[in-house]
Design a protein around this ligand. Structure first.
Ligand code: XLS
Ligand code: NI
Ligand code: NI
Length: 435
């Protein structure tokens, strides 16, 4: 046991009027919204890496945090870290967590030692999960921090690194299955390039396709029922990442026949880096049938990099949940806070309050989104905009139209289309009634 969170109170729902800093104002796990408990709607998860493994470094400075489980190079400290993690989950009522192999155990001297350590720590974590009821939303492999992966994992020019990555993913899927994980995520941090001068794009993309097919084959061979998910990101740490955004990943999946096998884990900050909104990425994935889960961490809009901050702007978050609700809500996915406190936020209280605030922001936003959907005006105005397509002749044109038939429709019937308002401000006003 640790006493790290000992002085931090447990966070409970007290309602919007409370002045208690250590309380939820909007997140009541048992509140029913759209026929489900809020806990089951939102499916919150803590990201083990930012909250427990990251030591506060940035490109200009090293560690700022001093935790009882530092230095993170012994199994003893890995266990202490797990103790603290589960104490935090309980303080917040967090139902899920997510982890990479590298977050939970120190790297061994050999692959076999690293793997044995992963087995040992996941046994330890498994007991804690059983005791507390906390579940694993997804597992993943860190295929980007160690120097062996500096030129990529699946896309590495060295076949031994490809194999090392494959063996690592196998061990991480096995660990995920052992812990009853609901999904498995691949984020290709170094699956990209720093310079085209040394890069064979075609070859690297094919390697990535083969690798993903191997992952999907393995999933089926062992009977894992969770979703395999890709997390798109356009760049950083590489200059260009192959899983740039939702549209790019969909094209990639189609190319390798994996569009029915793989879903997407979409991150707000990555959407922004790709020049999109979060809701755009979610809506596109949903419309293509590949929406899976979200990483709900925002970027600073000025910094231009993935700052992984906790969400705190509920109108923005509401638009994201609106798209998720329209797509039917989460099934296996959830809301992972792939977020870290700022490096000056040194205290255990900062970790708790960051998560509590983010959970409240999400709950408030989710309820706004649900109310907006229940009201139906936005969807009604949207469908009115396309009403012209409801007629039989418009549908026929869409199914088997030709340019000649278009010509006939316009010239033959002397049609001159009348432009109609897109009603943007009216829609924005409508949204503001709910957020
Ligand atoms: C980094 C990614 C990473 C993934 C998990 O930008 O968001 O944290 O979610 O590997
Ligand atoms: Ni990220
Ligand atoms: Ni992420």
């Amino acid at each position: 046991m640790t006493d790290f969170f000992e002085h931090v109170p447990t966070i409970r729902y007290e309602g919007p009027e409370t002045d208690n800093e250590y309380a939820f104002r909007h997140y009541d796990p048992d509140e029913m919204v759209m026929g489900k408990r809020m806990e089951d709607n939102l499916r919150f998860a803590v990201a083990y890496w930012h909250t427990f493994a990251w030591e506060g470094g940035d490109p200009f400075g090293g560690k700022t945090f001093e935790r009882p489980w530092h230095p993170q190079d012994t199994m003893e400290n890995a266990k202490l870290k797990a103790d603290a993690a589960f104490e935090m989950f309980a303080r917040l009522g967090q139902p899920f967590f997510c982890f990479h192999d590298a977050d939970v155990r120190p790297e061994g001297d050999t692959f076999a030692e690293s793997k044995a350590r992963l087995e040992e720590i996941t046994d330890y974590i498994g007991l804690k999960m059983e005791a507390t009821g906390t579940r694993l939303l997804w597992g993943t492999a860190n295929l980007f921090s160690h120097r062996r992966f500096m030129a990529g994992a699946a896309t590495n020019p060295d076949p031994d690194v490809f194999a090392y990555a494959g063996a690592t993913v196998k061990s991480c899927i096995d660990a995920t299955v052992k812990l009853g994980g609901e999904n498995y995520v691949l984020w290709g941090g170094r699956e990209g390039y720093e310079t085209l001068l040394n890069t064979d794009l075609k070859r690297e993309r094919e390697q990535a396709g083969r690798f993903l097919s191997m992952v999907v084959d393995y999933k089926h061979r062992i009977g894992f029922k969770g979703a395999i998910m890709i997390e798109p990101k356009p760049q950083e740490p590489t200059k260009h990442q192959y899983d740039f955004d939702v549209a790019t990943v969909y094209g990639f999946l189609k190319d390798f026949g994996l569009e029915n096998e793989v879903k997407l884990n979409i991150e707000q900050g990555h959407a922004i880096l790709a020049g999109h909104t979060f809701e755009h990425e979610i809506a596109l994935a949903a419309s293509l049938g590949v929406f899976g889960s979200i990483d709900m961490n925002r970027n600073d809009y000025q910094s231009g990099w993935d700052t992984d901050q906790f969400p705190n702007m509920h109108p923005e978050v509401a638009l994201a949940y609106y798209e998720i609700l329209k797509a039917g809500g989460f099934t296996k996915g959830g809301t992972n806070f792939d977020a870290k406190v700022r490096r000056q936020s040194l205290d255990p209280e900062d970790l708790i309050l960051a998560h509590a605030g983010a959970m409240d922001t999400c709950a408030r936003a989710f309820k706004s989104a649900a109310a907006m959907l229940a009201d139906g005006s936005l969807e009604q105005l949207r469908s009115e905009r396309y009403a012209g397509w409801d007629s039989d002749d418009a549908q026929a044109m869409l199914k088997n139209g030709t340019l000649e038939a278009c010509d006939e429709r316009i010239v033959g019937q002397s049609i001159d289309p009348e432009p109609r308002s897109g009603r943007q401000e009216r829609l924005e006003n409508l949204v503001n009634r709910f957020v």
